[in-house]
Write a protein that binds this ligand. Structure first.
Ligand SMILES: NC(=O)c1ccc[n+]([C@@H]2O[C@H](COP(=O)([O-])OP(=O)(O)OC[C@H]3O[C@@H](n4cnc5c(N)ncnc54)[C@H](OP(=O)(O)O)[C@@H]3O)[C@@H](O)[C@H]2O)c1
Length: 152
């Protein structure tokens, strides 16, 4: 983030998972560095509370990323409000600590839908806007849980 701070003034970023945790923290850091943001997440109240804290530097884009029909809505807002996108931050995600065999299969499917499928879909949809800029960035938050299995 320290290296990213250079030259961020006036950039536009879309941050998924902005209503909580890592996405929320990144949103604060990007605004401190001079960015204007679109904040994505399902919880409209938490997004609006963050936008209020960010004092006019962000607008909210409530969306459920597990629903393919909702993927484009945040990008539509980026386009209509700012007309450009420099940075895509992919921080929406969910994690289950349960053993796979014991886990509800719908929860496992939702993890695939949000943690993987929506990342591919949103990145694909954002690329035309990102490629219009001389320089643009995609920051995708991963987890060691994607690489290493946990034996219980
Ligand atoms: N925290 C850690 O130590 C850690 C370590 C390694 C990796 N990670 C990974 O980093 C990512 C973020 O972690 P975190 O700790 O910041 O988690 P978090 O505090 O639980 O935040 C998750 C964010 O994802 C959003 N989200 C979840 N389902 C969504 C959906 N269907 N549609 C749209 N947004 C959705 C949530 O917003 P709404 O509830 O408003 O929808 C929330 O803003 C996750 O992928 C996690 O696996 C975290």
């Amino acid at each position: 983030m320290v290296a990213m701070k250079q030259g961020l003034d006036g950039k536009t970023a879309l941050v998924t998972g902005a209503s909580s945790g890592i996405g929320r923290a990144i949103a604060h850091r990007l605004v401190a560095a001079g960015c204007q943001l679109v904040l994505s997440g399902r919880n409209k109240e938490r997004l609006q509370a963050l936008a209020d804290e960010l004092d006019g530097a962000a607008i909210v884009a409530p969306q459920d990323l597990s629903q393919p029909s909702e993927i484009a809505s945040s990008l539509d807002l980026v386009q209509s409000k700012y007309g450009m996108l420099d940075i895509l931050v992919l921080s929406a995600g969910l994690f289950s600590n349960n053993e796979f065999a014991e886990e509800d299969i719908e929860v496992s499917q939702r993890m695939i839908d949000v943690n993987l499928t929506s990342v591919v879909q949103l990145t694909h949809a954002a690329l035309p806007l990102l490629k219009r800029q001389e320089r643009s960035e995609i920051l995708a938050i991963g987890s060691i849980a994607a690489d290493v299995g946990i034996i219980k």
